[in-house]
Design a protein around this ligand. Structure first.
Ligand SMILES: [Fe+2]
Length: 95
Protein backbone atom coordinates (compact mmCIF):
# COMPACT_ATOMS: atom_id res chain seq x y z
CA UNK A 1 0.00 0.00 0.00
CA UNK A 2 2.88 2.31 0.82
CA UNK A 3 4.41 1.73 -2.62
CA UNK A 4 1.04 2.28 -4.30
CA UNK A 5 0.48 5.57 -2.47
CA UNK A 6 4.05 6.69 -3.13
CA UNK A 7 3.54 6.12 -6.86
CA UNK A 8 0.47 8.34 -6.64
CA UNK A 9 2.52 10.97 -4.86
CA UNK A 10 0.51 10.90 -1.65
CA UNK A 11 1.85 9.11 1.39
CA UNK A 12 -0.07 10.16 4.50
CA UNK A 13 2.24 11.38 7.23
CA UNK A 14 -0.28 11.31 10.05
CA UNK A 15 -3.59 9.82 10.99
CA UNK A 16 -6.67 11.92 11.74
CA UNK A 17 -7.27 12.61 15.42
CA UNK A 18 -10.34 10.41 15.90
CA UNK A 19 -8.72 7.37 14.27
CA UNK A 20 -5.54 7.93 16.26
CA UNK A 21 -7.59 8.08 19.46
CA UNK A 22 -9.34 4.79 18.73
CA UNK A 23 -6.08 3.01 17.91
CA UNK A 24 -4.30 4.44 20.95
CA UNK A 25 -7.14 3.27 23.17
CA UNK A 26 -6.95 -0.24 21.79
CA UNK A 27 -3.17 -0.48 21.84
CA UNK A 28 -2.67 1.01 25.28
CA UNK A 29 -4.72 -1.55 27.18
CA UNK A 30 -2.83 -4.29 29.00
CA UNK A 31 -5.77 -6.66 28.63
CA UNK A 32 -5.34 -9.20 25.81
CA UNK A 33 -9.12 -9.79 25.49
CA UNK A 34 -9.66 -6.04 25.17
CA UNK A 35 -6.93 -5.79 22.55
CA UNK A 36 -8.50 -8.65 20.61
CA UNK A 37 -11.94 -7.08 20.87
CA UNK A 38 -10.69 -3.66 19.80
CA UNK A 39 -8.22 -4.67 17.13
CA UNK A 40 -9.56 -7.90 15.66
CA UNK A 41 -13.29 -7.29 16.03
CA UNK A 42 -13.61 -3.53 15.72
CA UNK A 43 -10.67 -1.99 13.85
CA UNK A 44 -10.03 -4.93 11.50
CA UNK A 45 -13.71 -5.35 10.67
CA UNK A 46 -13.97 -1.63 9.90
CA UNK A 47 -10.91 -1.87 7.65
CA UNK A 48 -12.34 -4.97 5.96
CA UNK A 49 -15.63 -3.17 5.29
CA UNK A 50 -13.91 -0.09 3.88
CA UNK A 51 -11.59 -2.16 1.67
CA UNK A 52 -14.51 -4.16 0.31
CA UNK A 53 -16.59 -1.05 -0.41
CA UNK A 54 -13.70 0.69 -2.20
CA UNK A 55 -12.88 -2.47 -4.19
CA UNK A 56 -16.50 -2.92 -5.27
CA UNK A 57 -16.69 0.68 -6.52
CA UNK A 58 -13.69 -0.03 -8.83
CA UNK A 59 -12.84 3.65 -8.88
CA UNK A 60 -9.26 2.71 -9.66
CA UNK A 61 -8.52 -0.78 -11.11
CA UNK A 62 -5.04 -1.23 -9.59
CA UNK A 63 -6.32 -0.30 -6.13
CA UNK A 64 -9.34 -2.56 -6.54
CA UNK A 65 -7.10 -5.53 -7.40
CA UNK A 66 -4.70 -4.68 -4.57
CA UNK A 67 -7.49 -4.47 -2.00
CA UNK A 68 -8.50 -8.07 -2.71
CA UNK A 69 -5.23 -9.16 -1.03
CA UNK A 70 -5.76 -6.79 1.87
CA UNK A 71 -9.25 -8.15 2.40
CA UNK A 72 -7.92 -11.73 2.64
CA UNK A 73 -5.35 -10.62 5.17
CA UNK A 74 -7.84 -8.63 7.23
CA UNK A 75 -10.31 -11.53 7.20
CA UNK A 76 -7.64 -13.71 8.84
CA UNK A 77 -7.10 -11.08 11.50
CA UNK A 78 -10.82 -10.89 12.23
CA UNK A 79 -10.88 -14.71 12.37
CA UNK A 80 -8.25 -14.68 15.11
CA UNK A 81 -10.54 -12.59 17.30
CA UNK A 82 -13.57 -14.71 16.50
CA UNK A 83 -11.67 -17.88 17.43
CA UNK A 84 -9.85 -16.66 20.53
CA UNK A 85 -12.10 -14.14 22.25
CA UNK A 86 -15.02 -16.41 23.30
CA UNK A 87 -12.78 -18.76 25.33
CA UNK A 88 -11.03 -15.78 26.93
CA UNK A 89 -14.36 -14.22 27.85
CA UNK A 90 -15.51 -17.42 29.54
CA UNK A 91 -12.65 -17.00 32.03
CA UNK A 92 -13.54 -13.36 32.75
CA UNK A 93 -15.88 -12.06 35.43
CA UNK A 94 -19.38 -11.07 34.35
CA UNK A 95 -18.50 -7.41 34.86
FE1 LIG B 1 -5.21 -6.36 9.90
Amino acid sequence: MYDYLRELGHVPTQMDRASRGVLDGVLETNSLPRQLLGMQLMVETTALTIFQAVREKRIEPVLADLLRYYEKDEARHVGLGVQMLPSMMKRMSRR
